[in-house]
Design a protein around this ligand. Sequence first.
Ligand SMILES: [Fe+2]
Ligand SMILES: [Fe+2]
Length: 468
Amino acid sequence: MNLYARIPNNVNLDKDPRLQRALERWLPNYLDWWREMGPAGFQEKDVYLRTAISVEPDGWAHYDYVKMPDYRWGIFLTPPAPEAKIGFGDNYGKPAYQEVPGEFRNPLRRIVVTQGDTEPASVEQQQRLGHTCPSLYDLRNLFQVNVEEGRHLWAMVYLLHGYFGRDGREEAEELLQRRSGNPDKPRILQAFNQPCDDWLNFYCFTMFTDRDGKYQLCALAESGFEPLQRTCKFMLTEEAYHMFVGEAGVGRVVRRSAQLMEESKNGDARELGGIPLDIIQKHINFWYTYSLDLFGGEISSNSADFFAAGLKGRYREQESFEDHIAAGGVLNIEIIEDHQVKSREAPLRNALNEVLRGEYAKDCERGLARWNKILAEEGVAERLYLPSRRFHRHVGEYARHRFDIHGALISQEEFERRISEWLPTEQDREYVRSLMTPVTEPGKIANWIAPPATGTNRQPFDFEYVRL
Ligand SMILES: [Fe+2]
Ligand SMILES: [Fe+2]
């Protein structure tokens, strides 16, 4: 591991001068992007950050005050497995690809670019949140997520520069050119062009959208293209933390809202400056459904081709399945025909997006159950839930129709009439924003959210997580 090189890495960059030069040319552009689009207003502050000092599990335990532009971004892959094999598909058991297989060059580049694009996009979406942080603890968490998304961009850019030649280099430049929410040069995926300008949105985003990232990375961490597999495995160690920030964050909002409901005479959290549960529910509906879109169409020939080639596997392909060929299976998919929801069999390999989406949905359900446990603990009878997977979709089978929150087919008129019951309205968003006054005194926290159960790295909650 070369941690103090200009580009910290564990891939022997110094033995590959061409790649090293290419990445060193990209580095200043990356830093320009970070200064322009990274956390606004806090670049010169000391932040108590976790930094990778090795790829071993204990290499994560290193915390120190760092100014974000000095963060050790770099290229870290899990160590290669000796004699790695392709773990699934038509080439099952053959030696893993060390180079991009020619016939999959374009689609594989597309996968890497699309994944890579989400990383800077989320930093851009979260750029101004620091100004309204509910506590120093939360401010640090935000910045930790931001610098790690920056490192994920590095991971994908390493693959582009290292394995895709000239078009890879061009794509790496473009990753720094697109901007979240910019109509002229938007980010590739729609969830990453949505505004994320208050902390309720931030927690929902890290709960639901970063969790999509986990499942995509898990599927790519099975890949028979070894550099991709090793890159994604290491990214997953960071992704778990982002989802913790989201799930615990929403959980703390839920707890505080429940407490304020109990305290208020009319059972209304809003009376005491809290976020009502129905507004939380609408944010869940919004981010969950946008995140479902990220898995792609329910029936997809791409997913079949990628699986066949051994490039993108299933969630926990090695641990959870005996049959890694998956050639004969089928899956029932609900489609819309004659204006009705009907079930149709699809070949399993064509339905793998839906299989992965199903794993994701189960994982989200577990999070909802934990939030509902908080409501029960606080003595509130209402419960939060996930909407139907058909509701509010922009990709796949359900995108051309309208559904209510339970998945029943409805008309466009009814959808428009009832949309404000299901998705955040402009008034909801304004109300949430009105609560977002910054709290930056160590140990203090905003009124609309409960403090965390424990601090970061066993520090107390009143620790000075960011020196302002
Ligand atoms: Fe990421
Ligand atoms: Fe993330």
